[in-house]
Design a protein around this ligand. Structure first.
Ligand code: C5P
Length: 403
């Protein structure tokens, strides 16, 4: 499943092991990956672009200065529109270029331009592999975060020489790629998240309460999206009619004070996303008996008192999560209110939306939000709440990665 829908940019450089890359393309594709090949001019001396393209069922990119290719895709997009850049075989020459940041052909340019994980499968003569220059380059590449698979010990294809330098077998390359894709697909693995969602119910008496129109849809979707990225999620939900999300620990509460207690109990965490529409006020002294209506008697007045602000408590806590995200449901001055909220609540990010009744956001399936942080305001288009959740989870992962 790991490869399903994944895009692999396969760079083939010029070595005899390139014949194994044909099999590698097949192995990757039969697992569901899309393979887009780039071949160096050296590679084309060993296998033809026709064979590689036929197996990959994609265009083979070979030329940095091809006007057609640049128009259709462009080398920067080639470098970025993938989940993994795989170099197999990686020659000593290409590794030397990579280690020194050279970019004089399509393969080396793509390798310099990419922001995606890079896995290389070196293949060369044992003397070339053990040469001090290659050793230096390997060390540099490892320090740059390039991942290696192989080379293996054994007999060389082109000579009787034996030693370390054979390219790893296609299935071993596939396994190494799988490990990388698995961890990049789950960028929040090992992270703990707390999410609040839904409204709170503040009792007036045993049968009556103060509530609001929050459905919990956005908060629940965010909890699920964080879990899909590998986070260990505790969802603290007020009373809602929607199901608990899969893969998430859900704690059900009614009142704001219960919600705060559950959130504090779930600490420590790396991420807090406070989505719940927590009632600002509760009845100062809720009656433990049903308040009766007596004809002729005066109408009762409800004295309110302030509820704890859970987001603010978390934002200023000694165990404050690394990333604290709040929501701002406003009906006016969305931007300026959100900016003020960022400071007041000690949050890193505020997801602001206009919940005026005409927007249909409260309780609806769609949302149109602005992301307000200290680095500015970003307007996201109108999206399904599930898509807002997925995009927000990716953004959270990105912010944590940046530290
Ligand atoms: O101040 P306001 O209610 O507009 O702030 C909204 C944000 O604060 C939301 O993230 C909400 O979950 C959180 N909040 C809270 N506890 C409260 C009130 C709001 O956590 N008592």
């Amino acid at each position: 499943m790991v490869f399903s829908g994944k895009r692999i940019l396969l760079i083939i450089s010029g070595g005899i092991a390139a014949y194994k890359s044909l099999d590698l393309v097949r192995r990757l594709r039969e697992r569901g990956a899309a393979v887009r090949p780039v071949m160096t001019s050296g590679a084309q001396e060993f296998v033809t672009p026709l064979a590689v393209g036929a197996l990959a069922a994609d265009h083979v990119f070979t030329d940095l200065f091809s006007r057609q290719d640049e128009q259709d895709v462009g080398h920067i997009r080639l470098a970025r529109d993938c989940d993994l850049v795989l170099v197999a075989p990686a020659t000593a020459d290409l590794m030397a270029k990579m280690a020194n940041g050279l970019a004089d052909d399509l393969a080396s340019t793509v390798l310099l331009a990419t922001d995606k994980p890079v896995l290389i499968a070196p293949a060369m003569n044992p003397h070339m592999w053990s040469h001090a220059a290659t050793k230096r380059n390997v060390e540099t590449l490892r320090a740059d975060g390039i991942r290696f698979v192989g080379p293996m010990a054994g007999e060389m294809a082109e000579s009787r020489e034996a030693g370390v330098g054979r390219m790893a077998e296609p299935l071993d390359i596939v396994a190494a790629a799988e490990v990388i894709l698995d961890t990049t697909a789950k960028p929040l693995a090992g992270r703990k998240a707390i999410v609040t969602s839904g409204p709170t119910h503040e009792p007036i008496d045993p049968v009556r309460y103060i509530a609001n129109r929050s459905s919990g849809r956005q908060g629940h979707a965010i909890a699920a999206a964080l879990a899909r990225l590998g986070a260990d999620v505790t969802l603290v939900s007020g009373p809602v009619t929607i199901a608990d999300p899969a893969g998430v620990r859900t704690i059900h509460v009614e009142r704001a004070e219960e919600m705060r207690d559950a959130v504090l109990t779930a600490l420590p965490a790396d991420i807090a996303v406070m989505v719940a529409a927590v009632a600002d006020w509760r009845v100062a002294s809720a009656s433990d008996q049903k308040i009766k209506k007596h004809p002729g008697e005066s109408i009762p007045t409800l004295a309110l008192t302030e509820n704890p602000d859970i987001l603010k408590t978390i934002g200023h806590h000694t165990m404050r999560p690394k990333l604290v995200v709040g929501f701002a449901a406003e009906t006016q001055d969305v931007d300026s209110n959100a900016k003020a909220k960022l400071e007041r609540k000690g949050a890193d990010m505020i997801v602001a939306n206009d919940v005026s009744p005409s927007t249909g956001i409260m309780g609806g399936a769609r949302n149109r939000v602005k992301i307000v942080s200290r680095s500015g305001v970003e307007q996201w288009p109108d999206m399904a709440k599930d898509d807002v959740a997925a995009k927000l989870a990716e953004l959270i992962a990105e912010r944590l990665r940046q530290g």
